[in-house]
Structures are given as C-alpha cells and as structure tokens.
Design a protein around this ligand. Structure first.
Ligand SMILES: [Zn+2]
Length: 338
C-alpha cells in the first residue's frame, strides 16, 4: 500500500504516561484523525492523514492500520503493548459485531468487517463505535458532561446527531441505531428531510436550517449585516456568517437563530421528557452561535416539557471539540468507564 508519511503531521504533546496506551481513530470521509490516548484520557500524540476513501474499504482499513503503526513508531512504543484500538466512524454500524453496514461519507462501503480485519492484522482488540456516540462518550467522560450520570449530546452541523448516556451507560438500541435525534419529527407538515420524512429536527437545527431561516428574512428585504458579510465570504451565506452578524448586534440574524433555537427547544423538550437528563450538551458548528441559539431553545423547552425534568436541566456547549470523538472511541479500553 502507499502511505504518504510525508503528508502526515504528528506531534508528541508530552512524553509521559506512555504505558498502557490506546490507539484511537476517527474515520471521516476526508481525513483520518488519530491519536494515542493514555489511561487518564490524555492525548499523547496525534496526527491526521487523508482517508483516500475513493480507493475502497480495504485500502481505507489498511490506512487505519498503518496509522496505528505510525503513531507507535513516532512515540517509540511497541504496537503489541497497546491496550487496544478504538475506531469512531459514521454509521449505521454494529459495535458488538464490529461491522460498518454502510457509511454516508465512505462510498461503496457495505457490511465492512472493520473490527475483524484490523484485529487480524494488528493482533490487538479493536472496538468500533458510531462517531456521534463516541463524541458523546468523550464529552461525558472528559468534557462538559463530566460528573453527570444522565446526559444527552446533540451535534448540530451539516446533519444533526447525538448520543445518549443513561445511568452512566451509552444507549445503543437493538441494532446500534439509537440517538438519531436529527430525525425526530418536529413539524408534521414541515419541509422534506434527506431521510424522506418531513419536518425532522435536522431540517431546522442544522447549518442548512439556519441558512433557510435567514434566507426567508432576506427575501422580506430586511436590513441586515448578513448581506455585507456574505459579500466578503467566498461561501456566501453560511450558519457562521449568521452567527457572526448576530454577535455584532444584527437583529435579523438574531431572529433567524432564535427561530432555529425554538425548533431546537421543541426537540430538547421531547428529549427531556423521555430521558430526564441532567445535562444536554450541544456541539457542532451551529452550536457556535451560543446564547443566540441556546436561550430561545431553553425558553421553548421550558414551555413544553414537564417542570420537573426541565427545571434543573443544564443546556451547555461541548468543551472538547474534535477530541471528544477520539477520547470516546478509546473509552472501551480506559479503566472505570461505561
Ligand atoms: Zn429526517
């Protein structure tokens, strides 16, 4: 296989606690993000390389394996001393069988036995996890959710996903497909979602949802800083531009985010009534709008959920960024974790 080591960037953050490391891989459609993690959940070394997804599943799995070797050689750690390898990947997938059924960002993937292929080559235990679940587990163990026992994470980005921790355990569901929060119906007569349903949370609380709400105001001819920010942005209208304008005091941008926040609040009320979590953690690019999104969401959820479940519910932003998925994928090999 070809391994473009020259294109890899790796950096040893701190050369300590090198015993009992776990290799952690976040497999995306464009990049593989990888790290060695110690038993305290600290990242010892990290690197990123291109996935080369177009070359097929066997090639990508070989790249995952070579990335583990590369991390170990850069740290002067023997591969056979690793406690295990955790892989986070967009699903649907089955963590117990170690099979990725298919993956939206990995063309041609169909029932790929990623765990078996990697275990055979590395002679180490391998655990796979849905990337949104890995992200939630990372935030639960080491980020915003630290200290809670019941927590729900929501990622608001291109899509809307999440993960559920109940009584300290990640909820997978019968087929490992739980926590598809993006596809809970928020508006029975709403716009069509990519999944085929109408009015899913993802239609409203995703980056496209923010743009749609803003576009509606632009069509009404409102005066807004978004227009000049769009002109200076090569990508035009984005959820980031709307958040930027809102932070600059632009009322229409704030109203667009408030509308998204109200739909998000409907979703949060449903989640709160079902799971009664202590905390809801919001991550992803759309959550970058901060209070302009969270406050309307909190108000709307208070109007809809049982007082007992909503009174003490904390709605906070995620803390770990991209590291959450890496730490969560390593979790099966960390001590005292779910
Ligand atoms: Zn949907």
């Amino acid at each position: 296989m070809t391994t473009k080591t020259a294109s890899r960037g790796s950096k040893v953050r701190k050369a300590r606690n090198l015993r009992g490391l776990i290799a952690s891989l976040d497999l995306g459609g464009t990049y593989i993000k990888a790290a060695l993690v110690n038993r305290n959940g600290e990242i010892v070394i990290r690197e990123r390389c291109s996935t080369e997804a177009g070359l097929g599943s066997r090639h990508v799995v070989k790249r995952l394996i070579s990335t583990v070797h590369h991390l170990c050689s850069a740290t002067e750690v023997s591969v056979d001393t690793l406690l295990g390898v955790g892989v986070g990947c967009a699903g649907p997938l089955n963590p117990s069988e170690g099979i990725v059924y298919h993956s939206p960002n990995l063309p041609g993937w169909s029932r790929v036995p990623i765990k078996a292929w990697m275990e055979e080559s590395l002679e180490l235990p391998v655990a796979i996890e849905n990337d949104a679940n890995a992200w939630a587990l990372g935030e639960y163990l080491f980020g915003a959710g630290r200290g809670t026992r019941n927590m729900v994470c929501l990622t608001l980005g291109t899509g809307v996903g999440g993960g559920i921790v109940v009584d300290g355990r990640l909820v997978h569901g019968a087929k490992g497909l739980a926590a598809e929060f993006g596809h809970m119906t928020i508006n029975t007569r709403g716009a069509r979602c990519k999944c085929g349903n109408r009015g899913c949370l993802e239609v409203y609380a995703s980056a496209a949802g923010v743009c749609r709400a803003m576009r509606r105001l632009l069509r009404k001819g409102v005066r807004t800083k978004v227009k000049s920010l769009m002109a200076n942005n090569p990508k035009g209208l984005t959820s980031k531009v709307v958040a930027q304008a809102a932070r600059q005091g632009d009322k229409p941008a704030q109203e667009a985010l408030a509308e998204v926040g109200r739909y998000l609040g409907v979703g949060i009320a449903n989640i709160a009534n079902i799971f009664n979590p202590e905390m809801i953690v919001l991550g992803g690019a759309v959550a970058g709008a901060g209070r302009f999104l969270i406050e309307p969401a909190r108000d709307e959820s208070k109007r809809r959920a049982f007082p007992g479940v909503i009174q003490n519910l904390k709605i906070v932003r995620a803390k770990l960024g991209g590291d959450a998925a890496l730490l969560g994928a390593a979790a099966p090999f960390l001590e005292n974790t779910p």
